[in-house]
Design a protein around this ligand. Structure first.
Ligand code: HEC
Length: 126
């Protein structure tokens, strides 16, 4: 159903810039120290996001959805469906189906505070 929405954005970089990007992408995520982002990391575990998603550095095993280790550094979300902005990320967590018809990410039924904390956490994963 979503094949037309599997977009790819190509970035042309010098070998040096590419290698620096690659080295960074291979680093595990740093755990947030405190505040909303730290709460978001808890929600991420409690709400079973870990069953589908991996974040390197957390004990996550999910392999059926995108790896989120550096999701905050992406320019787009959901295979290039929309820009990776604060508002779009919140809308995605609130109701993925309304952002991308037929997506395999279910509506988790998150509360507003949980969405805010999760957004802070995910945005920090650069
Ligand atoms: C049943 C499996 C499943 C669960 C549970 C799940 N997701 Fe997802 N998620 C997906 C799939 C599949 C995609 C890819 C969607 C697409 O591109 O159509 C996705 C995409 C995402 C994206 C966009 C990533 C990117 O690189 O484009 C974010 C952010 C995200 N999920 C966060 C979460 C959070 C936070 C939770 C828990 C509250 C969660 N997901 C729970 C399956 C899941």
């Amino acid at each position: 159903m979503g094949h037309a929405a599997m977009r790819i954005r190509v970035f042309a970089q010098s070998p040096e810039d590419y290698n620096a990007w690659l080295a960074h992408q291979r680093q595990p995520a740093l755990p947030p120290a405190a505040g909303a982002a730290a709460n978001g990391a808890e929600v991420f575990r409690e709400k079973n996001c870990v069953n589908c998603h991996s974040i390197s550095g957390l004990s996550t095993k999910g392999r059926v959805a995108p790896d989120l280790t550096h999701v905050g550094s992406r320019t787009t979300l959901a295979s290039g469906s929309f820009a990776n902005t604060h508002e779009n990320l919140e809308s995605w967590l609130k109701n993925p189906q309304s952002m991308k018809m037929g997506t395999r990410m279910p509506d988790i039924g998150l509360e507003t505070d949980q969405i805010k904390d999760l957004t802070a956490y995910l945005e920090g994963l650069k």
